[in-house]
Design a protein around this ligand. Structure first.
Ligand code: EPZ
Length: 422
């Protein structure tokens, strides 16, 4: 197992190129199941989660040629519609194959994902919506068995709660359904917008893209023919590098970024005293010596993303004053708190609210990564901690950050990947 060894106290400078968005790429890879023609995806992030989902496609009988940031996928040869536990248990996002497999083949089995470190994360809203579209669903032996032998029917879906994955699954299912589907209280994340654009490129009529009400005209189970697609920049990776600059009081440039997608993170960092030069696809952040504390509440896009909460918390640890951070999306997304406190942070947790008292300094220690974004928060804190910090269990980071240590090293951080002795 690998860990990261970081010597804190280095200023960062230079520029970092942002990779494609993992959370845009995953539903797009799943959506290729709606097609029986080859498609090429470019600007994929080179991360484990992408490899896991591509492996699932090959296990279903698809043909995949993957080379770091590009994948050529041909799903004309699918022979199985069963997404097995071995893959789904490694990555919850595998549940995204449920909608497209069911819509195209009329039947599928997908292992139930179960809970995860950041919370319970049920899929009840996905299943209820598919049932409204005529699917018959049974849960047996840890699998969701979904059937719609005559195809799915368009329906009016009102999500009780905004769900990114639920919206994606239903968009993909609706694309091949008979008739019109309306999704009310849909998620509006940029990743959803790109999925809609991909479906539109294949001739699916969708209105309301980027709003909370989407209307999709199904193709009566006719498989789609997609245009090749380049994945949008990763807004969470971009936000993480902005936090790296902020916590180290540095100025850095971000290349291949979409500043419009990270408005909420920019606003918080601006409030804390950072300044920005923003162009269409690049930006520069200048961070001051003294950062101001900040209050934030995570919400759905375009609000402050839960996927940036841990990183912003790491930055707030080094401010002069008290910050309040409220997590509204996931009940257990504060696993980084006790690890940050091991580095000398002063964070007090009550329910879903963290009160952060700024400290003068952090001190290097051994810490353990618990989930993807928590891991990046520990790396950020380590960049300023005095002495050496070892961040263990970084397989979480490898799932979603493309070459994090290489990019930080190029910016001037002192960071090395090492192997645990045992
Ligand atoms: C997506 O997860 C992202 N994953 C997550 O990114 C992100 O944190 C999350 O959206 C919120 O922005 C991918 O895109 C692959 P949800 P998802 O369904 O789709 C509840 C990262 O670090 N809910 O929008 O699983 C759920 O428990 C990750 O990259 C139900 O109750 O999130 C949560 O409280 C982690 N029933 C809330 O809704 C359901 O059927 C939002 O979850 C579905 C969801």
């Amino acid at each position: 197992m690998d860990y990261l060894q970081i010597e804190g106290g280095k200023q960062l400078s230079g520029s970092v190129t942002i990779s494609g968005a993992k959370n845009a790429a995953l539903p797009i890879i799943a959506a290729t199941l709606l097609s029986d023609k080859p498609i090429t995806l470019t600007n994929l992030p080179n991360v484990v989660d992408i490899r896991t989902l591509l492996k699932l496609l090959t296990m279903l009988g698809g043909s995949v040629e993957h080379n770091q940031t590009t994948a050529q996928i041909d799903n004309s040869t699918i022979t199985s519609t069963k997404a097995v536990y071995e893959i789904v248990s490694q990555m919850r996002a595998s549940i995204l194959v449920l909608g497209p497999l069911l819509a195209r083949f009329g039947e599928c089995e997908v292992s139930l994902p179960g809970g995860c470190a950041i919370g319970q994360r049920p899929i009840d809203l996905h299943l209820k919506a598919l049932e409204s579209m005529g699917a018959v669903i049974e849960i047996k032996g840890g699998y969701v068995h979904a059937m719609a032998p005559k195809g799915l029917k368009g329906a009016k879906i009102i999500f009780d709660k905004i769900t990114v994955g639920g919206t994606e699954n239903i968009l993909m299912a609706a694309a091949l359904a008979h008739g019109t589907t309306t999704i009310i209280n849909a998620a509006k994340e940029p990743e959803i917008v790109q999925l809609c654009e991909m479906l539109q490129s294949a001739g699916v009529t969708i209105s309301g893209v980027g709003t909370s009400e989407l209307t999709i005209e199904g193709t009566d189970q006719t498989p789609l023919s997609f245009e090749d697609i380049a994945i949008i920049p990763d807004r969470i990776e971009a936000g993480t590098y902005l936090c790296a600059a902020a916590i180290t009081h540095s100025s850095i440039d971000l290349e291949r970024v979409n500043p419009a997608h990270i408005r909420a993170t920019i606003d918080k960092l601006e409030f804390m005293g950072c300044t920005f030069e923003i162009e269409a696809e690049r930006m520069t952040i200048h961070a001051p010596k003294r950062l101001k504390p900040v209050n934030l509440t995570t919400t759905e896009y375009p609000g402050f993303p839960t996927d940036m909460q841990a990183q912003l918390m790491a930055v707030s640890v080094m401010t002069h004053g008290e910050s309040m951070i409220e997590e509204r999306l996931f009940e257990n997304r504060f696993m980084h708190v006790s690890e940050l406190n091991r580095l000398g942070a002063d964070i007090w947790l009550k329910g879903n609210i963290a009160a952060v008292k700024g400290v003068e300094a952090l001190y290097g220690a051994d810490v353990m990564a618990t989930d993807l974004r928590a891991s990046s928060a520990l790396v950020l804190a380590a960049l300023v901690a005095k002495g050496t910090t070892n961040v263990h269990r970084i397989y979480h980071l490898d799932r979603g950050y493309d070459n994090l240590e290489g990019k930080l090293l190029a910016l001037g951080a002192s960071i090395q990947r090492k192997q645990e002795a045992h």
